[in-house]
Design a protein around this ligand. Structure first.
Ligand code: FEO
Length: 396
C-alpha cells in the first residue's frame, strides 16, 4: 500500500510493531520501528531506498501492486546497511536489466560486501551531484559520511523540497500515521534522543560540521523524510535544531547513579548518594539504575542527559562486576563529553573496585573526581559521612 507524502511522492515501506531489538540485540526497541522507503513518480520513476532483508518479498509484492516495475528508471541507495538495502536482492532481478543504483562509492563497497558482486549498475555520486527526474525537478545528493556509516548520504528533491535523510533524524518508533504531527510527542522525542545517543553520538563532532554544511547549501526543506519512524513535516527544522543542541556536549540538570551489587552493600551506597543529591540540589533530576537489571540503551540516554554520574561496583575477583565493566565500555563507545564521574563500592578484603572504576571512567572520557566511597563489608557512619562532600563535588 502506498501512502502519500506530497504530490508525486509516496511512502512504500514497512511498519514493524513487533520488532524488539535492532543491530542484533544491541539496541532495544519498546515502541516498534519502521523502515521508510519512497516512490517518486515524475517523468522518471524513482525508488528511494528499500527495506530490511526479512521483508524483501513483501516489499516487492507491495510495489508490484502499485506500479509496473518496468517503469522504474532508477534506484537511490542512500545507505548500504541491510535495513535499507536488504530488499535490493529481491528487487533488482525484477527490474529492467541495467537499472542504475545511485549511491556513494562506499555504498558500492558495503552493498557488494554484503550481497556479492551481482553486476548491478552502480552510479557513484558525491555531494552536489544531481540527476534530473523531469517536470523541472531533480535529486541532489549530499554525502553524510560516518552518519553513521562511511557510505551514508541524503537525497534532496527540488520542487517538493523533501530531504530524504535516511538514518539521520530518525527514531526506532512505529508511527502508523507516518508524520511527526500525528505522533505521540513525548514518545517521539524520547525515541529520537535514544536513537541519537545510541547510534549517532559517537559521531557528534562530524554531525555538527555536517549540519553547518547542510545549512550553507540553503535548501528549502519542507519535509524531512527519514528512513525510520516519524517523517518530519510539521516544522521539520525542529529536529535539525535539536540535533545541533545534542551534538554539542549536551546536558541537563540531571545526575545518574548507576551500580551493580552482590549483597546490597553497594546498592545502599547508591541510594544514599541519590538521597544526598536530592537534599543538596532539589532541582536536580536524579536517576538510579541497577546496571544488571535496567535496559542499557535507556540508561545511556539518561547518561547523555546527565551532567554527572556516580558509578558503583563491589570488588570481585580483584576487579569489578562484569556487568559494570561492559557498561563502562559501552559508555566509552558513545563518546560522551563534559561529564563528571565519581566511583563507589563495597569490598570484603582486597578492595580494588573503586580504583578500577576511576581508571575505567577516566579512560571512557569522564572527568573523574577524587572523592569516592570505598566501604569495607558495608557502609559505616564514617563512610556515609563522606557522601555530602562527594555529592558537593559532583554538583559543583
Ligand atoms: Fe537504518 Fe544504518 O541503518
Amino acid at each position: 500500500m502506498r501512502r502519500l507524502i506530497k504530490n508525486n511522492v509516496n511512502w512504500i515501506g514497512y511498519i514493524d510493531w513487533e520488532l524488539e531489538s535492532f543491530h542484533g540485540d544491541d539496541y532495544s526497541i519498546f515502541n516498534g520501528s519502521s523502515q521508510n522507503a519512497y516512490l517518486i513518480e515524475e517523468e522518471k520513476t524513482v525508488l528511494i531506498d528499500t527495506i530490511w532483508t526479512p521483508h524483501r518479498f513483501d516489499y516487492v509484492e507491495n510495489l508490484k501492486s502499485e506500479i509496473d516495475l518496468n517503469k522504474i528508471d532508477f534506484v537511490v541507495a542512500n545507505h548500504g546497511e541491510c535495513d535499507h538495502s536488504g530488499a535490493l536482492m529481491a528487487l533488482m532481478p525484477e527490474l529492467k536489466p541495467g537499472t542504475p543504483i545511485y549511491c556513494t562509492a562506499n555504498a558500492v563497497k558495503s552493498i557488494e560486501g554484503q550481497y556479492g558482486k551481482r553486476g548491478w549498475n552502480f552510479q557513484v555520486v558525491k555531494t552536489g551531484d544531481s540527476v534530473e527526474i523531469g517536470n523541472n525537478k531533480k535529486l541532489i545528493f549530499v554525502e553524510m559520511r560516518m552518519l553513521h556509516w562511511p557510505d551514508s548520504m541524503a537525497t534532496y528533491l527540488t520542487g517538493d523540497n523533501i530531504l530524504f535523510s535516511n538514518d539521520a533524524f530518525g527514531q526506532h518508533f512505529a508511527v502508523e500515521e507516518l508524520f511527526n504531527d500525528k505522533a505521540d510527542q513525548c514518545l517521539l522525542y524520547k525515541e529520537a534522543m535514544k536513537y541519537f545517543v545510541n547510534i549517532l553520538n559517537p559521531f557528534a563532532a562530524i554531525l555538527a560540521k555536517k549540519l553547518d554544511e547542510i545549512a550553507k547549501l540553503n535548501l528549502d526543506i519542507d519535509i524531512i523524510a527519514t528512513s525510520h519512524g516519524a517523517i518530519w513535516r510539521d516544522n521539520p527544522m525542529q529536529i535539525v535544531k535539536k540535533y545541533a543542541e545534542w551534538a554539542n556536549a549536551y546536558q541537563e540538570n540531571q545526575v545518574t547513579v548507576a551500580y551493580d551489587t552482590m549483597w546490597e552493600g553497594t546498592a545502599k551506597i547508591a541510594h544514599k548518594i541519590s538521597e544526598e543529591i536530592a537534599r543538596q540540589s532539589p532541582d536536580t533530576v536524579v536517576k538510579v539504575f541497577n546496571i544488571a537489571k535496567a535496559d542499557k540503551n535507556e540508561m545511556m540516554t539518561e547518561l547523555f542527559k546527565s551532567k554527572a554520574i556516580a558509578v558503583g561496583s563491589p570488588t570481585v575477583g580483584n576487579s569489578i562486576l562484569s556487568s559494570v565493566m561492559g557498561w563502562i565500555e559501552f559508555a566509552k563507545q558513545l563518546k560522551f563529553k563534559n561529564k563528571k564521574a565519581a566511583a563507589f563500592g563495597c569490598y570484603g578484603w582486597s578492595g580494588e573496585s573503586v580504583k578500577i572504576l576511576q581508571e575505567k571512567l577516566k579512560d571512557a572520557g569522564f572527568n573523574v573526581i577524587d572523592e569516592n566511597i570505598k566501604a569495607a563489608w558495608t557502609m559505616t557512619d564514617e563512610d556515609a559521612a563522606k557522601i555530602p562532600e562527594l555529592v558537593k563535588s559532583l554538583l559543583a
